[in-house]
Design a protein around this ligand. Structure first.
Ligand SMILES: [Zn+2]
Length: 245
């Protein structure tokens, strides 16, 4: 006697993967995670997001799943993995680690990464303030460090200040827009320039040492990166400084 008469799951998960629609996959995963709850009305939609993000929402008894169209052509097991991740998160149900692994493995595939990168470039508009702040100029900082640590050989990306003086994100390198963005926190006289230099140096190392992709793993700070970072003078002092600001 099949558990759910008439459903593809009744035939066994493996075979069902070949002909399930995304809605059917989400319905099957829902029944597995919430066996006692009636299946809500369910809609799965592929959207033109600027990245590979996906969202799930329960509204008025309806489940609405919005998935990046970058994943529209993904193999069914990947859609299934994402269904476990999203529904698990929504209902706070523990989900086997194999699903997270499978999903990351797919996103880390070279062709998928290239596609995500292109879509970000084309769709993701990015506001970049330009290097001149109120007190400090990022171009000057960049070029000084470029001479000091990279023989002046690092190509200068776009440079900008964040909109808000963020304490959580001090700086980041965005490869899709080839831009280094520094927290506006450092555009103040009271903040020692050494702190800004360190944050900029760190982001410049991201330019120099690309992210290492290996299977489902993604290593941003590689051993080479860490080694190079130690070349920054007064490293201990600056880390202490950053803790205080
Ligand atoms: Zn970093």
């Amino acid at each position: 006697m099949p558990l759910f008469p008439g459903s593809p799951a009744a035939e066994g998960v493996q075979s069902s993967l070949f002909f399930e629609t995304p809605e059917e996959i989400y319905a099957r995963v829902f029944r597995e995670l919430k066996p006692r709850t009636a299946l809500p009305e369910l809609r799965v939609e592929f959207c033109r997001f600027a990245n590979a993000d996906s969202f799930i929402r329960l509204e008025g008894g309806r489940l609405h799943v919005r998935i990046s169209d970058l994943l529209a052509g993904a193999p069914a097991p990947v859609t299934e993995a994402l269904a476990y991740i999203l529904l698990g998160k929504l209902y706070r149900k523990p989900v086997a680690r194999v699903y997270g692994h499978r999903y990351r493995l797919y996103l880390n595939r070279r062709d998928v990464r290239r596609q995500v990168h292109l879509v970000r470039q084309v769709r993701g508009r990015k506001f970049i303030s330009g290097p001149q702040g109120e007190f400090r100029n990022l171009e000057r900082t960049f070029e000084r460090l470029n001479q000091q640590f990279f023989d002046g050989l690092l190509g200068r990306p776009q440079l900008g200040w964040s909109r808000r003086p963020s304490r959580g994100l001090l700086g980041h390198f965005d490869p899709s827009h080839n831009a280094i963005i520094i927290s506006r926190l450092f555009d103040q006289e009271r903040i020692p320039e050494l702190a800004l230099e360190y944050v900029m140096f760190h982001e410049m190392l991201h330019l120099r040492f690309p992210v290492d992709h290996n299977g489902a793993r993604r290593r941003v700070h590689t051993p080479e990166f860490r080694e190079a970072e130690k070349k920054f003078p007064r490293l201990k002092e600056v880390k202490e400084l950053l803790r205080r600001i």
